[in-house]
Design a protein around this ligand. Structure first.
Ligand code: PMP
Length: 386
């Protein structure tokens, strides 16, 4: 028989099996009795009739797909409106929509750095930032998690060259918020730019869900953020749609339009996704209390779990992370929850750099107090032995 050039993947699969780290795709049932604390639909907007209706209208009006890259046929009036409203909501001069938050991070990290510039990335940053750093030609250093002093030292050693500091606003594994006020202070003093990934901040933190930068008090009286700060967002979490954006000064956005490869060479965001995100943003602006409720739900979950003796990280936003004693225990815990009618996320190596396994609950603004009590009860009752 001819040599199978992919035989090594079978061996890798056996190794994964042996260490209990197999990942499998499981189609989500269309309608379900399962209580969902696994999705990122923080505000419960993904199924709102205004939002799904806007997606359908946009598809009918503009077509099912974008039909081309943004610079050719992929930009519609909806994309422009979404960019204007996102920028205004988040306190930036301009915004540029991408087909995903992942693509937005790759764009910002590659287009705003160059050979010879310095790029400092928090050790807990999301995979899309890690990949953006790898693609960038800058001199990249990973700095200790949430450590503005380490950032300051690295910038001091580097001196006067061009530098970019990148951090998640809220870290997806433990749900802790970055020390943005201190980081912004260090960047301002040292003349470095600050890039903040607001994937888990938009719609949840700050007044009306304007984001972590606002929660950190970095906006002026008019709600505008300083010129040295750039943010990325995803449209797929609090806005219940799909896609991403880079937000910043108009000059930065113009630079991305001309140089960011994931903007230029990628098909534009589908009109349905742009329409849905725009409708969801308008829901959030009309109902700013949704952001407060998402945080309140997270705190309620955390209180219930810690009072029952579980080790949960105090949530700064909508992510509640609960430690498990081993990768196998985490996977078994999530499976037991599912059997008991509760969907939760599961984080295990290699997705977590610190090797600590967790289950992850995501708060949703539309959960009732009864559903929250049921969720806490299920997680506590299925908890593994420690
Ligand atoms: N940044 C962070 C912190 C995220 O959690 C995610 C989504 N998992 C992304 C970026 C990527 O966004 P998207 O899913 O829109 O590609």
């Amino acid at each position: 028989m001819a040599h199978d050039p992919f035989a090594w993947t079978e061996e890798a699969a056996r190794d994964r099996e042996a260490s209990g780290l197999v990942r499998a795709l499981r189609p989500r049932p269309e309608r379900t009795d399962v209580l969902d604390l696994a999705s990122n639909d923080y505000l419960g907007l993904a199924r709102r009739p205004e939002v799904t209706g806007a997606a359908a209208d946009a598809a009918r009006r503009w077509g099912a797909g974008a039909t081309g890259s943004r610079l050719v046929t992929g930009s519609t009036a909806l994309h422009a409106e979404l960019e204007r409203e996102l920028a205004a909501h988040c306190g930036f001069e301009a915004a540029l929509v991408f087909s995903s938050g992942y693509a937005a991070n790759l764009a910002a990290l590659t287009a705003l750095t160059a050979r010879g510039s310095l790029l400092l990335s928090d050790a807990g940053n999301h995979a899309s930032i890690v990949d953006g750093c790898r693609l960038s030609r800058a001199q990249t250093a990973v700095v200790p998690h949430a450590d503005p002093d380490a950032v300051d030292k690295a910038l001091d050693t580097y001196g006067a060259g061009r530098a970019l500091v990148v951090t998640d606003a809220v870290f997806s594994v433990d749900g802790d918020a970055a020390p943005l006020r201190a980081l912004a202070g260090v960047c301002r003093t040292r003349g470095a730019a600050l890039l903040v990934d607001e994937a888990h901040g938009l719609g949840v933190l700050g007044p009306g869900g304007r984001g972590a930068l606002h929660a950190a008090g970095l906006a002026d009286a008019g709600g505008r953020l300083p010129g040295g700060v750039v943010a990325t967002v995803t449209l797929s979490k609090s806005l219940g749609s799909q896609g991403g954006a880079v937000l910043g000064p108009a000059g930065v956005v113009r630079h991305l339009v001309n140089t960011a490869r994931t903007f230029i060479f990628d098909t534009g965001l589908a009109p349905a996704a742009a329409g849905a995100a725009l409708a969801a943003l308008r829901c959030l602006r009309a109902e700013p209390h949704l952001a407060d409720r998402a945080r309140e739900v997270a705190r309620t979950l955390h209180t219930g779990l810690t009072e029952a003796g579980l080790e949960a990280v105090r949530p700064d936003a909508a992510v509640v992370s609960v430690r498990a004693p081993s990768p196998r225990a985490a996977a078994g815990w999530a499976a037991d929850c599912r059997r008991a009618g509760l969907a939760v996320g599961c984080f295990r190596p290699p997705s977590v750099p610190d090797g600590i396994s967790r289950i992850r609950l995501t708060a949703r603004a539309d959960l009732t107090d009864g559903q929250l009590a049921r969720a806490v009860r299920t997680v506590v009752e299925t908890a593994p032995e420690r």
